[in-house]
Structures are given as C-alpha cells and as structure tokens.
Design a protein around this ligand. Structure first.
Ligand code: PLP
Length: 480
C-alpha cells in the first residue's frame, strides 16, 4: 500500500470507530454496506462508486451550516467558507460543461428539475405578469396578482418523452408535481426502430405548442440529437430543457459532443451528480445567463437550505471530472456497454433499438415469456444486480414491466473491460434462459439452481479481479 492508500484506510477506519462509540449498529451497517457492494456485480444504470475524496468531503462540519442565498448574498452570517466551496463547484461545472451559469444547490435530480421548471415559468410567465402588475419583485405581489399568475401557470404545457420510451417521472407525469404544474403530452419512439422519431415529435410540438420541451431520459439507449430538438423548440416558441441526469458523465468526458452535447443547445440543463458523473448524491442546474436570476432563486422557491457538505463533495467530484483520465473513463463506459450488448445479442436476447450508443442497454425479456419483475429477481438470485424497466408499448405496465435496464458506469469504475462485459452479457442471457415463469403469475418463477450457482461463482471471480475501493482496507469482521 502507498502512503496515500494508508491514509484512506485510516480515514474511514477512524470515522467508523468514532461512530461506533455512539451507535455501533450504524457503524456496523455502514461497514456491511461496503462489504455488500464489494460482493455484488452492479449493473444498475443510475448508480456508481464515488471516490474516497468525494465521500470524505461530505462527512464534516459543513453539515452544520445554514447558507440560504447565493455566494456573497446570504441570508445567514458567517458563510465565507460555504461561499468558497459553492463558488468552486460552480466554477468547475461551468468550465467542465462550457455553461454560462451553474447552480449547484439542488439536493437531488428531482429538485434540479423543479428549479428548472420554476425558472422557465418565472422567466416566461411570471415576468410578463409581474410587469403587468407593475411590480419588480415576486414578494410584492398582491393576492389578486397571485390569482392571475396562478391562472396563467395553469395554462402551461410541457412536452416530454413518454415513460415507456425511457422518459422520467419528473418530465410532466402525474406521480410527480410536474404533472400537476403542467398540462403534459409525450413523444415516443418509432415502433419499428425504437429511436426517437424527430418528424413525429415536430408534428406533436406544432399541435401542442408547449412552453417547455424536455429532452433527456432514464432508459433510452441511444444518442439524442439536441440540435434537432432545439430547432423544434424554437419553431414552436418553447424553451428546450435537457435532463442529462443519466449521461452527464458522458458529456463531461466529451463522449457526447456537437449535436449530442446538450449544453450549447438547451436554455436549461439539469443533472444529478451521482450517476455517470460519479459524484455525491445531488443535483445541479446549468443554464444561459438569461435564466440565471430565476435559477438562483431555487432556494427558497422550491429548495430547502443548501447542503454545504454536499456542495464541497460536488466541487471535488467536478475537479476529478476535469482531469484527462475522466475522458478515458467515459469512453470506457460506452465501450463496455457496447460489449455488454454484444454478449446479450450473441445469446439471442432482444434489445430495444438493437444495441446501445451510451451507458445503458435495455433488454426486452417479454420476448422470452418473462416479466421484468421475474427477470430482475432471477438475476439477483444469480448475484447480478439489475433493475426492471418498461419497454416501449409495454404490455406489462410500469410495475411488472417487460424489460431489464443494464448500465456500465459502476462496473467501469471497478475496472472491468470489454471482454468481461461481453461475458457478463452472456451470463445474463444464461440466467434468463434458465428462468421458467410460473404460468399464472407475473412474479413467481423457477431458476435452475445449477445455472444460478455457476453464474454466482463466475460473478464472484470477476469481482475478485476488480476489488472495490482496494485502497480502503477495513477490518469489517470486528465491527459488527
Ligand atoms: N432525472 C432523471 C432522468 C433520472 O433518471 C432521475 C433518477 O433516476 C432523476 C431525474 C431524479 O434524480 P434523484 O433521484 O436524484 O432525485
């Protein structure tokens, strides 16, 4: 071990010891989480492993600080150090993504989207209403002004990708507040190719005339042409908002450039920081100067007080993403996803769109008679952690589903390469082929125990070659 590695082990070991002195069961659960993550072959497309530096930046006294406002304009005293980390995180984000403005306070991806929606509404609806009411400040609105404003808001429309085509709940769907803030309509994918049909999307936009056109997804395995989306948005007078929560790491690593880089084309871009970007759990908004004043009002409009300890960790993660090696990581994520798709296709698994251009693969297990729920549980029995997901026009709906979503950011962080991902694809196909669905259930199934055993053993071998956090050597046995 190098001296840096020794320091990392010492840092986490000491932290666990200090916690154990107060509540040993919490320390034990933290230790167990590391052990469990080390032992699982994680293909969840939205998860990753943050670096020790990112993790350590979160566990400190920044957590004790209130800092409503923005750097240099706080509603609380003594925020000079929070100003430092918030400015650093925003500066790294602007430089990394080439954005005019960055707001790093959102606590999660959902919060970042809420900030963005309010910013578009404020910019496009509030401002004229405020001007009409003869006031400059939202706080000066009378009850009558608010009522007029609320009526104007109720008329607003959002056009986003449908859930079964890979869109996200926050893009105007009923279980999320966005579905109540906006009248929503969706665009889907071409049934024969599985790809976004831009001509159909243009027609939809012309007919629906949305205020916000949302691009971005949770489960679409191909590139999105943001230049084409911007053209459509401009034609119908909409603001293009891109939710790059899933693929921010690929944008940061310059895998997605030109028409496929959302930042030059969108008015507002939102993201999480914990998926392919490999930072702490959190969100972020990038925007043009035009939207900056509204975006910066995220707290208190829709957010609670900022989390300075997480903003510190965002600054560290964004500094990591600016290093040249992060571009190599992003390229490897995509190469690994392609290899995973090859392994699955080789064994006859049907993939939505027939493959992938990004970090994820969507397997249609319905073709083999399984629900996504059965496939997810069966794969877990064999030691492979995935999650079920709807496929376009899914006959099993969003709960049982007919798909399995697979992603490579986490395994790429662990160091697995193409040959290994190709083999993982084959292992998944073996498990699916050895899973018999129960005739009258969407949940029950039977997995051949010999296949489960063989796959579990091989997964353990692959994980052993690529240990997780090898620089952190904890004696977990004595901690439980
Ligand atoms: N946007 C997209 C596209 C997502 O996939 C997700 C989460 O999976 C979110 C937003 C929400 O992120 P969070 O869970 O951090 O609120």
């Amino acid at each position: 071990m190098t001296s840096t590695d020794t320091r990392k082990t010492a840092a986490f070991a000491s932290a666990l010891d200090v916690i154990a002195q107060v509540e040993p069961r919490v320390a034990a659960a933290i230790g167990q989480e590391l052990a469990d993550q080390r032992d699982s072959l994680k293909l969840i497309a939205s998860e990753n492993y943050a670096s020790p530096a990112v993790l350590l930046a979160m566990g400190n006294w920044f957590s004790d600080k209130y800092a409503e406002g923005t750097p240099g304009r706080r509603f609380y005293a003594a925020c000079q150090n929070v100003d430092t980390v918030e400015r650093l995180a925003a500066e790294h984000a602007r430089d990394l993504f080439g954005a005019e403005h960055a707001y790093v306070q959102p606590h999660s991806g959902i919060d970042a989207n809420l900030v963005a929606f309010w910013a578009v509404l404020a910019h496009r609806v509030e401002s004229p209403a405020l001007a009409e009411a003869g006031v400059k400040n939202v706080d000066a609105l009378t009850d009558a002004d608010w009522q007029r404003l609320r009526r104007a808001l109720g008329d607003q429309r959002m056009l986003g990708m449908s859930l079964d085509a890979g869109g996200h709940l926050t893009h105007g769907f009923r279980p999320n507040i966005s579905g109540k803030m906006f009248e929503q309509s969706s665009y889907g994918t071409d049934p024969s190719t599985g790809l976004i049909d831009y001509a159909a999307l243009r027609e939809r936009a012309r007919a629906f005339r949305p205020l916000v056109l949302v691009a971005g997804y949770s489960a679409y395995p191909r590139l999105v042409d943001f230049a084409a989306m911007r053209e459509i948005a401009d034609e119908v007078g909409a603001t293009l908002m891109v939710d790059m929560a899933h693929f921010a790491g690929l944008v940061a690593g310059k895998v997605l450039t030109g028409d496929f880089d959302p930042v030059p084309h969108a008015g507002i871009v939102t993201t999480t920081t914990h998926k392919s970007l490999r930072g702490p759990r959190g969100g972020m908004v990038l925007c043009t100067e035009e939207f900056a004043p509204s975006v910066d009002r995220g707290c208190p409009m829709v957010l609670g007080g900022p989390l300075p300890h997480v903003m510190a960790a965002k600054a560290v993660a964004l500094a990591e993403a600016r290093r040249p090696e992060f571009a190599g990581y992003a390229q490897q994520i995509v190469a690994n996803a392609r290899a995973l798709a090859e392994g699955l296709l080789r064994r006859g698994v049907r993939l939505v769109t027939g493959g992938t251009d990004n970090h994820l693969v969507l397997a249609d297990v319905g073709a083999g008679g399984l629900t996504g729920r059965q496939a997810e549980a069966s794969l877990l029995d064999a030691g492979l952690v995935t999650n079920r997901n709807a496929v376009p026009a899914d006959p099993n709906g969003p709960w049982y589903t007919s798909g399995i979503r697979l992603g490579t950011p986490a395994l790429t962080t662990r160091g697995l390469r193409e040959d290994e991902l190709r083999e993982v694809g084959e292992l998944i196909a073996d498990v699916l082929a050895a899973t018999e669905p129960d005739a009258d259930s969407k949940v029950r199934y039977r997995l051949d125990p010999r296949v489960a055993e063989r796959v579990r053993a091989r997964a353990a071998e692959l994980l052993a070659v690529h240990p997780l956090y090898p620089e952190v050597q904890l004696d977990l046995g004595t901690r439980g």
